[in-house]
Design a binder for this molecule. Structure first.
Ligand SMILES: Cc1cc2nc3c(=O)[nH]c(=O)nc-3n(C[C@H](O)[C@H](O)[C@H](O)COP(=O)(O)OP(=O)(O)OC[C@H]3O[C@@H](n4cnc5c(N)ncnc54)[C@H](O)[C@@H]3O)c2cc1C
Length: 285
């Protein structure tokens, strides 16, 4: 149960937020609050002692679009991004639709998902954000910086993720799959995999495969080997690509990549290879 001395702050501006945070540096940011409940077995979940609610800051709830980018405020709910339709890239909509359940998605925010600290587990929005080359804006009281989704691991102390910028590219085909023993579970108790490709006049103009087990897997050199190939792919090119992925995964150092030499890690590798073979079937002779 919440400590009677707990403090809940609800700033309306960034300035208010950072001055409250300076007074209570241990306070945790809380967007939807579902991340705090995740994995807690007790009937009454425990929350940090001091909380800064983000839902009064209008700036964090905005979604805007330019010719080149979609910008999403940190506190935008997962369900809103799913509902909004085609301006949100299909890869992101697909992954969010499979995150948690509808009640959680109505409550949970996109930045809460990205910033969820859950060791060995990759939250669902992370894979599409990396594949889509998203950038995150992070602010402190004094400064702001942009960091690519591929390089982001966590916000620094007293740092707020404010918005997400996603380049608006047209992808001809997107396929996303979440693995795992339970439908409601973060990738990591299983994993997830995403394939996106761009077909320009039957030439494979761009492709990306990003997968998550307990960590992220992306082999840019295998992507490069298919670029410029005519579609549908020849069986020999598909086979060479699948073999490359197999070698890449088997060559990953389990201590560094976090998959571990356990049954779960091995299963994730098999699922990723099966996923690669499935998407190749879609684009091969
Ligand atoms: C039953 C259940 C099932 C779930 N299933 C899934 C699932 O399938 N896939 C999945 O990915 N997740 C799952 N989760 C975890 C969680 O619901 C999601 O990750 C959700 O998106 C978190 O968003 P939130 O707004 O509720 O985050 P919060 O709980 O508010 O915050 C999560 C963390 O992010 C930090 N944070 C929040 N906003 C910011 C910000 N703007 N800047 C910096 N740090 C910030 C918080 O301080 C906290 O550490 C599940 C949770 C529950 C309870």
């Amino acid at each position: 149960m919440a400590d009677p001395l707990s403090r809940i702050m609800a700033p309306q501006t960034f300035q208010e937020l950072f001055s409250q945070w300076a007074l209570f540096p241990d306070a945790a940011l809380c967007a939807g609050g579902t991340g705090f409940m995740y994995g807690q077995g007790s009937r009454v979940p425990e929350f940090p002692q001091s909380i800064i609610l983000l839902d009064k800051i209008e700036e964090l709830k905005k979604i805007s679009r330019t010719e080149r980018y979609l910008e999403i405020g940190a506190a935008v709910k997962l369900s809103q991004l799913i509902r909004i339709g085609k301006i949100v890239p299909e890869a992101l909509r697909m992954s969010l639709s499979l995150a948690a359940d509808v009640q959680v998605r109505n409550q949970a925010s996109i930045a809460g998902n990205i910033c969820l600290a859950s060791p060995g587990r990759i939250p669902d929005a992370v894979v599409p954000m990396i594949a889509l080359d998203a950038q995150y804006e992070l602010r402190t009281a004094q400064s702001s910086r942009w960091v690519s989704a591929a390089r982001f691991s966590s916000a620094a102390p007293q740092e707020l993720l404010t918005r997400i910028r996603i380049p608006l590219e047209v992808w001809s085909f997107t396929h996303y799959q979440k693995f795992g023993s339970s439908a409601i579970g973060i990738a990591g108790s299983g994993g997830s995999a995403l394939f996106m490709m761009k077909n320009e006049k039957n030439i494979l103009a761009n492709l990306r495969i990003v997968c998550a087990g307990k960590s992220i897997f992306r082999d840019k050199s295998s992507e490069a080997m298919l670029l410029g190939k005519r579609l549908p792919l020849l069986p020999k090119d598909s086979e060479a690509f699948a073999d490359r992925w197999k070698n890449y995964l088997s060559g990953t150092d389990s201590s560094a990549d976090g998959l571990g030499e356990d049954a779960q890690g091995e299963l994730a590798k098999v699922q990723i290879i099966n996923f690669v073979r499935t998407v190749l079937r879609h684009i091969s002779d």
